[in-house]
Design a protein around this ligand. Structure first.
Ligand code: ADP
Ligand code: MG
Length: 544
């Protein structure tokens, strides 16, 4: 570029091929992309929401209405749309439910912002108004939280059921809710009067077949393997479990070694030596007092023979992570060298047994010494059913855990959204200038939740909002739209309940994403570097 207007040489900071978009058009572009994601999933919100069928590049099909799953599975290209997908991810990681809510909220905040931009309100003003509104909303929401005790089993069940009401598990909700509440009650730990829940203490095993009702909670651990030999005991009571990270086998040397055997006697001696080593291993285990052995590696035939003779229940090729779970649950130590094992290393459980599940067998370790480890065996007719039960149970477990940790809940069905909107509109009257507009629009945007719930249930969204506003004006702060009865009713009475934390997180992450997108007025995109297709690798030596 020669001869710029003032005769100076222009400074080129952007690489050739870089695409740049500025100002309003950049903003519009970003908002449109982000809203597209929100629009795509809003029809899934609530118990009457529809499902999405997702087909990935390899043709695998997922049918779900789980917001987090949907945004995870669909391939999103646009960077602003990716920020919205991030909202779902954060929501899922932090609280485990409310992903659709968070995304729909973010979309609505952006829609309102777009209107304000068209009315010539600067996006910086919108952003600061939104921040103000969000902080106030969180403050109000916190004060709306209803305290609940972890001993209030009925409420915990209702929380679990509400989270599953939008999932395809219909009639078995009750059964799954019981499992979720029991599981969390078992693993929750109380320190200084506060509960914490470590989800790692719940092992989920999925096994196709049977019906959803066969899904069960096991106080202990499930291993996918059965005993190595059918002659071994199939059930061991008062189990003392040896946990071995190696195997009961003769070590194969890494380097290939040749052993010269020149006479039959020598061969005899060699085999006897091997036999002796294996026999010793079993003797060590036996004398430590174990009646169950779990090995991470293999178990030789001969070792199996001795173990069977000693009536020991032995399992091979147990996953390392499973071995660790068993160690934690049963209070045992994982041992690498079998000759060092002692009774102190053994884990304890009431029963270890081989159970037939569908067309396979599994080892159940129940009545573990430390009951802070439980397993859930998920059953269902097809792979799709099993996956949906898994997603539903995951939400149920997480919401019950949230309530254990915070002890606070709110009514669902859009009740809090309407209440917050009303209070925020009042609050906006105390603000002057254009920020006031932003706070008011933010308030109205919250109403997208009950509006969408009504819409998805085939109810009139405008009448619903009008009715809801009226009730809330009269101090009925727990009134929402119950899409099962189709009426504006008290959600507390109807037992549509959610953890406080779900709503808090949804508002804060949706606001963060909306503000982040609003503040962008310049998109500078480097030219994509096309990676050349990988050359087919030539076959290695020896493959000719
Ligand atoms: P998310 O991914 O946001 O959790 P869901 O599809 O699970 O989305 O829907 C959750 C919403 O459905 C919440 O606002 C919750 O209060 C609402 N909801 C659950 N049960 C009912 C009901 N019976 N009537 C109305 N709304 C309900
Ligand atoms: Mg949900």
């Amino acid at each position: 570029m020669i001869g710029s207007p003032n005769g100076q040489i222009p400074v080129l900071v952007l690489r050739e091929g870089t695409v740049r978009e500025k100002g309003k058009s950049a903003q519009q572009n970003n908002i449109a992309a982000a809203r597209a994601i929100a629009d795509a999933i809003r029809t899934t919100l609530g118990p009457k929401g529809m499902d999405k069928m997702l087909i990935n590049a390899t043709g695998d099909v997922t049918i779900t209405n789980d917001g987090a799953t949907i945004v995870k599975e669909i391939e999103i290209q646009h960077p602003a749309a990716k920020m919205i997908a991030e909202v779902a991810k954060t929501q899922d990681e932090q609280v485990g439910d409310g992903t659709t809510t968070a995304v729909v909220l973010a979309g609505e905040f952006l829609k309102s912002a777009e209107d304000l931009i068209d009315e010539n309100v600067h996006s910086t003003v919108i952003a600061s108004g939104y921040r103000l509104a969000s902080n106030k909303a969180l403050e109000y929401l916190q004060s709306l939280g209803i305290s609940v005790s972890v001993n209030d089993e009925q409420t915990l069940l209702d929380i679990a059921k509400t989270s599953m009401s939008s999932k395809g598990v219909g009639e078995v909700k009750e059964h799954l809710a019981k499992i979720a509440v029991k599981a969390i009650s078992r693993i929750a730990e109380k320190t200084d009067g506060k509960y914490t829940v470590d989800m790692d203490n719940i092992q989920v095993v999925k096994k196709e077949g049977g019906s959803i009702e066969d899904t069960m909670l096991i106080d202990g651990i499930i291993l996918e393997q059965e005993p190595v030999n059918p002659q071994m005991p199939q059930e061991v009571k008062d189990a003392k479990i040896a946990l071995i990270s190696s195997g009961l086998e003769i070590k194969k040397t890494e380097v290939e070694a040749k052993i010269q055997i020149t006479s039959p006697q020598q061969l005899q001696a060699f085999l006897a030596e091997e036999e002796n080593t294996l026999k010793k291993m079993v003797e060590n285990i036996k004398s430590a007092g174990a009646n169950v052995v779990l090995c991470q590696k293999g178990i030789d035939d001969l070792a199996q023979y001795y173990l069977t003779k000693e009536k020991i229940y032995a399992v091979r090729r147990v996953k390392e992570s499973d071995l660790e779970k068993v160690a934690k649950a049963t209070g045992g130590n994982i041992i690498a060298k079998i000759d060092e094992i002692s009774d102190k290393d053994l884990g304890h459980a009431k029963v270890v047994e081989n159970r037939k599940i569908a067309d396979g067998h599994m080892t159940f370790i129940s009545g573990a010494k430390n009951a802070k480890a439980v397993s859930i065996l998920i059953r269902g007719g097809t792979e799709h059913v099993v996956s949906e039960v898994d997603r539903s149970l995951n939400d149920a477990l997480r919401v019950v855990a949230d309530v254990f940790e915070d002890g606070k809940i709110t009514p669902g069905g859009g009740a809090t959204a309407i209440e917050l909107a009303m209070r925020l509109r009042d609050f906006s009257n105390t603000i002057s200038g254009r920020e006031q507009l932003a706070v008011e629009r933010f308030a109205n945007a919250l109403e997208v939740i009950p509006r969408t719930l009504a819409e998805n249930a085939g109810l009139d969204p405008i009448n619903t909002i009008v009715d809801l506003r009226k009730e809330h004006k009269n101090g009925k702060s727990t009134y929402g739209i119950d899409v099962i009865t189709g009426k504006v009713e008290d959600m507390k009475n109807n037992r549509v309940l959610e953890p406080l934390r779900v709503g808090m997180q949804a508002i804060s992450s949706a606001t963060d994403a909306a503000i982040m997108i609003l503040r962008i007025d310049d998109i500078i995109a480097s030219k994509r570097v096309e990676t050349p297709p990988k050359m087919k690798e030539s076959p290695g030596f020896g493959e000719y």
